[in-house]
Write a protein that binds this ligand. Structure first.
Ligand SMILES: Nc1nc2c(ncn2[C@@H]2O[C@H](COP(=O)(O)OP(=O)(O)O)[C@@H](O)[C@H]2O)c(=O)[nH]1
Ligand SMILES: [Mg+2]
Length: 215
């Protein structure tokens, strides 16, 4: 008896992701998939990053289950913003990104930021067609999250330790623990300490982005 097997959802996603990547590369756009738990500071980081990079060269796709609040916030940084509402989906998928790309005029755009749905597990498994993956973890989440949720950090091309302006008010936070855990899980990703609120640490992050585009 022949057993019919539906090839994995992941395989179908990956084919669309590969096409997204081809399309973005052909347009000269560096696509960066930005992932973290809800509230780690993805949107504020992008609100502060885009004006420094040149707003007219940046576009954003932003995923959330509901609302257009992040797109409204990011709209003050660039007009090229599309909100993707996933309903119950805990991560973006490559076809959703294709639809998002169809909604944006990418002429002259050099950076596409894809703010994924806030989640520390699911987004790691889904290629969207990005060129780089960036993972945020805020100091307010505690110093144990890298060790507890390794999958997201394993796939990161860069890791941002965010909200470092709040380090002084956190009792018992051990930064060296975070670095030890990262070195065990991912020794290739650079770690940037940033506070989008104050602008602290943004220069090395911006330089990294520019270097990725040149590469
Ligand atoms: N103190 C401080 N607060 C921040 C920083 N970055 C983000 N926040 C705050 O953290 C909350 C969640 O940030 P948001 O950008 O919406 O996180 P997202 O859910 O990952 O997109 C908001 O109230 C931000 O103002 C930071 O660098 N320092
Ligand atoms: Mg957000």
């Amino acid at each position: 008896m022949k057993i019919n097997v539906v090839e994995s959802v992941l395989k179908a996603n990956d084919a669309v992701a590969a096409e997204n990547r081809r399309r973005l590369s052909a347009a000269g756009v560096l696509a960066v998939n930005v992932m973290s738990a809800p509230g780690s500071g993805k949107t504020l980081l992008l609100e502060r990053t885009i004006p420094r990079l040149a707003p007219e060269r940046c576009a954003v796709l932003v995923g959330d289950l509901q609302t257009t609040r992040d797109a409204e916030r990011l709209g003050s940084a660039t007009p090229l913003v599309t909100q993707i509402n996933t309903g119950t989906g805990c991560h973006l998928t490559a076809p959703q990104v294709t639809a998002g790309l169809d909604s944006l005029a990418l002429d002259g755009v050099r950076y596409l930021f894809i703010e994924n749905v806030g989640n520390m597990v699911c987004p790691a498994g889904f290629d969207l067609g990005e060129h780089r993956r960036v993972v945020l973890v805020s100091v307010t989440e505690g110093d144990d999250k890298v060790a507890k949720y390794p999958t997201l950090f394993q796939v990161a091309d860069a890791i941002l330790l965010t909200k470092v302006d709040l380090l002084g008010v956190l009792d018992g936070y051990r930064r060296e623990r975070v670095y030890e855990d990262i070195s065990r899980i991912n020794s290739r990703a650079p770690v940037f300490e940033v506070a989008a609120r104050t602008g602290q640490g943004l220069d090395p992050w911006l330089a990294w982005l520019q270097a990725q585009r040149s590469a």
